[in-house]
Design a protein around this ligand. Sequence first.
Ligand code: GDP
Ligand code: MN
Length: 397
Amino acid sequence: MNLHEYQGKEILASFGVRVQRGIVAHNAGEAVDAAKQLTAETGTGWHVIKAQVHAGGRGKGGGVKLAKNLQEVETIADSIIGMNLVTPQTSAEGKKVHQVLVAEDVYYPGDSEPAEFYMSVLLDRSKGRNMIMYSTEGGMDIEEVAEKTPHLIYHEEVDPAIGLMPFQARRVAFNLGLSGMAFKEMVKFVTALYKAYEVSDSSLFEINPVLKTSDDKIMAVDAKVTLDDNALFRHKDYAEMRDLREEDPIEVEAKEAGLNFVNLDGNVGCMVNGAGLAMATMDLIKMAGGEPANFLDVGGTADAKRVEKAFRIILKDDNVQAILVNIFGGIVRCDRVAQGIVDAYKNMGDAIKVPIIVRLQGTNAEIAKELIDNSGLAVHSAIEFQEAADKVQEVLK
Ligand code: GDP
Ligand code: MN
């Protein structure tokens, strides 16, 4: 689950990480009030207005702007809220902005060269360890830095059982070329950042830029946080931060129905029980010359209601030209699944306009095939894997 910048900063601050202060606003009036409050608290006269959407590169897309007085706060907030923000990380239509973060300006005037660093904490799956990735080249596209000047990116591997050792935090500060007060600040910063990552059960904390101010403070100016969905039950307060407006509506609906669903770009929808079989089925679709339109694991109970819901969700995707149902009847009997498919099909009337290939294997597979063949519906049945692949190929032609 991804968070907005302001939510990520809230979590960081709660672990003692210094962040650029800000207040969320939903309209221009609220933005002006927020700016006044920040001025009262921090003394800042200038503010940055930052679009809150789940996408990076907002600065490049015109979603981050500096306001030098309250009038500018009002007009900039008014122009950003409601806009469709297009950034290098969004689709061409962009993302609708519902709210902005009004933040204190931390790039003090007279700062000839504010130092911007890059820092992220993430899980390195290949090593089974956490990793801190950091660079002196902050504020810009880290992918570009990785491609053109990979030697400017440092890695600090952290054993999750031990945590970040003090010497490691000092090495980070040293490699970033810091000394004196800024060095100490960076040690504190990276230590608190790692703690926040660990305790919040996140899979990613990315801070770009980390700023060294002219008075040697180290602070997070941006925050991209991805929480591990499977650990959200331990963090009810974080779970409430979910912003459904930022997520794929079809995936949200599937989640509510208890289906494991990931939307993809292909033309063959698939409905499968079990994640492993779902992966194999996606391979099968590719071998048959198609591209999977989704990953869908209906789980152990493929009854008529669930099957119907799954069909409806798959059919919301206009790119779907065929649906392959591939279910192994182990605990659930194939004939019950077949009946579920027939019932769902009848229930949905004209909604199903694409060919359906059903492969049922396992307990009562033969009875299931008969049930489908005798239903009079436009459903192709198969028992063998290859048979199903051939039929997919056939209908795609
Ligand atoms: P992103 O473009 O989505 O990554 O959004 P960021 O939060 O990283 O902001 C983009 C850029 O805006 C940063 O790299 C900074 O250069 C700039 N910026 C952010 N905060 C301030 C600020 O307080 N003052 C000024 N002058 N610029 C800022
Ligand atoms: Mn950024």
